[in-house]
Structures are given as C-alpha cells and as structure tokens.
Design a protein around this ligand. Structure first.
Ligand SMILES: Cc1cc2nc3c(=O)[nH]c(=O)nc-3n(C[C@H](O)[C@H](O)[C@H](O)COP(=O)(O)OP(=O)(O)OC[C@H]3O[C@@H](n4cnc5c(N)ncnc54)[C@H](O)[C@@H]3O)c2cc1C
Length: 379
C-alpha cells in the first residue's frame, strides 16, 4: 500500500464505523475506512434494520435514536436505500401490558405515539391479532431498511459521492496518529476512530478490558411471504420487558412476573418478538438473546420455536415456512449502552454495547466527530 494521507481513519465498516465516516466526510474531511473482511459480515448486516426510537432507554439514548432516525431519513433516499417499512405496532395481550403502554404514553417518550383499539388495528392489519388482543401501541417514528443491502449501499454512496476511501481485507494493527499500521502497510491519518464491533482484542485490548464486555448471540429467521402485508414492524408484550424505555417503568414489573410464569422457556432464551417485512414480502422474525464471553455457535432449536410461538400468539396466525436461519453477535456491557474511550488524544474507541447500533450510530457518530475533529456537524 502506498502512503495515503487522511484527516480521519475509521476502523470497521459496520454501521457504527460508516456513521462516523459519514459525519466526518460531510464536513469535507478526507476519510479512510479500514475493514478486515472483504465486506462487512457482522452484526450490521445480520440485524432487522429496525431504526427504533420508541422503547429506547429514556434520556440520552432516546434522543440519539431520534437524531439517528432523522439522519437515516435524509441519507437513505440519497444513497438509494429503500425504506421498507415505517412505524411500529406493539401488540399487547394483557391488562398488565396495557398498563405499561399507558404509563409509557404519559412520559415524554410517548410523543407522537397512540394506543389503538383491537378493532382499529385489525382493520389496518388485514385481520391480524389473536383472540386475546387488548390493544396496540402505534409509534410513527420507526424506519426499517434491509440491512443486508443497506450497509453496502451506504458504503458505496460514501465512496462515490463523498469521496471516502475504503480498504477492505485490511486489518488495522496499531493506531498511533499520524500513522495507522495495517496488514497492508501504513495509512497516514490525523485521527483514528475504532469501531470494532465485538472484536475486543486486536486494538487497545488493555483499554477495552476494564469495561468487562461480553457478547450476546441472537437467533434470527426469515419466513416466506405470508400472503398479507403487515402495516409496520411488529413487537409484542415480551418486548416490553426487554426494551429499557418500557422495562424501566414501574408498571413493567407486574407484566414481567406474569410473563415469566407463563413463558419460562422464552425467558430462558431471552426471546421477544420483532417481525419486519421486506419488499419481497418475506418476514424477518426474531429474536433470542444468549450472553457469554464467547457465545458458542450452537443455537438451540427451542429458542426458534419460542420465537415462532410468540409470532403466532401476537398475530393470531401460524408463521409461514422458515426460508433462512442465522445468528448474529453484538457487544454488551452491564452498565452502559455505548462506550467512547480515548486511549490517546486523537484516537477514540466507539462500541455500542446494547444491540442498538443501527438506531443510535449516526447520533453517536455526530457527537464523537464534533468532539474529536472540532466540527459542528450541521444537519
Ligand atoms: C441479530 C441482530 C439483530 C439486531 N437488530 C438490531 C436492530 O434491528 N436495530 C438496531 O439498532 N440494532 C440491532 N442490532 C444491533 C446492531 O446490529 C449493532 O449494534 C451494530 O451492528 C454494531 O455495529 P458495529 O459497526 O459496531 O459492529 P459490526 O457490524 O460488528 O462491525 C464491526 C466491523 O469492524 C471490523 N473490524 C473489527 N476490528 C477490526 C480491525 N482491527 N481491522 C479492520 N477491521 C476490523 C469487523 O470486521 C466488522 O466488519 C442487532 C444485532 C444483531 C446481531
């Protein structure tokens, strides 16, 4: 590799790395992105592409998610990325779940959201909803992109329209600005941002270790086109016990106790429901959560059954045939939703530790770039 000179080198071309590259490139900085693989193959292409605002942790994370959603809405059409769905419908099947939703709507996080009566939901959702449907939270804020194509689309657009240079199949080995040593030679860059996903050991392992990060493995399914459209991305009662914007509300305790008793296997596998529909009609449905320092690759079939059972309970329909299965892994911390560490004055490590990188990445990137490069990044 011949010596290249950049203002910023970003390590990692997952959604978090690309978000930082975008925020720097839009201010005219010369940006390089270094990626170990021939193309990103990690969490960022395995997720639902669900840009979630409603349900995100109250306070900073919720605000970062709103900002990130706005940036996706602006970037996606420019980059040729389709918005496959708008809005969230959270299907509630118990009085306890309705109590959580009513409490949620009473907070600032309920802005723009409303509770739909069962019949109103059935009417707009082709009759979906089981016999025990009590109500549905509608949130207009969410967007959904097809991550398996959106991430490469975003990268191509950054390269072609904003002049970002990409270095695939290149491992970043040592970051000491103005030099970044890689497996293919040295890149000169005034600053380096490391967005390594769940690689905690290649760069600055001694800085990452004190955060005591673990990994979470998720099971995901693609189901065949069911022959009906779902009106937006679906979630269910179980989601109210996992997403901190709801689960931190006092009303969520009674719901969780009830669901733990009724669905022990779902809790053992950390299962809740997200069901999103793509342009081809197929449904991306998940997910389970297994936590470990290094989760084994052996995903239990029971978790898959629990996901499909929750789909059937929430929609009142048996899910169609499974056409794809995969797992994905992301970084987690017990005590924070993301971390920004500064091992050197011109180096930052950025890791989203809550499984929300597609929903918070642009907001975090804007903040980190503003602080590191002294740029006021204007929308
Ligand atoms: C199944 C699943 C579903 C999810 N659903 C959602 C969702 O719907 N909405 C949402 O907001 N979030 C979701 N998430 C979480 C979200 O996908 C992650 O938070 C996000 O993708 C993390 O992005 P990242 O760029 O940090 O990591 P990654 O996507 O893992 O990318 C990191 C990249 O860095 C590269 N890399 C690491 N070290 C080096 C090095 N030294 N040199 C060169 N390259 C390096 C890796 O090869 C990799 O490509 C989900 C995650 C999973 C697994």
């Amino acid at each position: 590799m011949t010596a290249k000179v950049f203002d910023l080198a970003v390590v990692g071309s997952g959604v978090v790395g690309l978000a930082h590259a975008y925020m720097a490139a839009r201010t005219g900085k010369r940006v390089a992105v270094i990626e170990r693989d021939i193309r990103p193959n990690g969490a960022s292409i395995r997720n639902f592409g669900f840009i979630t605002v409603t349900g995100q942790e109250r306070g900073e994370i919720w605000r970062l998610a709103r900002r990130t959603r706005d940036v996706w809405a602006e970037v996606a059409p420019n980059a040729g990325i389709g918005i496959e769905q708008n809005g969230l419908y959270l299907i509630a099947r118990s009085d306890e779940a309705i109590a959580v939703l009513e409490a949620f709507l009473g907070t600032e996080m309920g802005d723009g959201c409303r509770l739909l009566e069962p019949d109103a939901f059935r009417k707009l959702a082709n009759g979906l909803g089981g016999p025990d449907l009590k109500g549905v939270l509608f949130s207009p804020h969410e967007l959904r992109v097809e991550s398996r194509t959106a991430i490469s689309g975003l990268a191509s657009w950054l390269r072609d329209r904003l002049g970002v240079s990409f270095f695939p199949e290149t491992v970043a080995l040592d970051a000491s600005p103005p030099r970044l040593r890689t497996s293919r030679g040295t890149i000169e860059a005034g600053a380096v941002i490391i967005c390594p996903g769940d690689d905690f050991t290649t760069l600055y392992p001694e800085r990452i270790a004190p955060y005591r990060l673990k990994r979470c493995r998720l099971s995901m399914l693609k189901l065949a086109d069911p022959g009906y459209r779902i009106p937006g991305t679906l979630m269910s009662d179980l989601s109210l016990t996992r997403y901190r914007g709801y689960s931190a509300l006092p009303e969520a305790r009674a719901l969780e106790e009830k669901l733990r008793r009724a669905l022990p296997s779902a809790f053992a596998h950390g299962v809740h429901l997200i069901a999103a529909q793509g342009a081809d009609g197929g449904l991306i449905v998940g997910d389970s959560h297994h936590y470990d320092a290094l989760p084994p690759p052996f995903a239990p079939a029971e978790a898959e059954r629990d996901i499909l059972d929750e789909y059937a309970r929430a929609t009142g329909r048996v899910g169609p045939e499974v056409v794809e299965r995969w797992t994905g892994v992301y970084a987690v911390a017990d005590d924070r939703s993301y971390l920004v560490d500064a091992p050197e004055p011109n180096v930052r490590i950025v890791i989203v530790t809550s499984g929300t990188g597609a929903s918070t990445g642009f907001g975090i990137g804007e903040k980190v770039i503003g602080e590191l490069l002294g740029e006021k990044v204007k929308p």
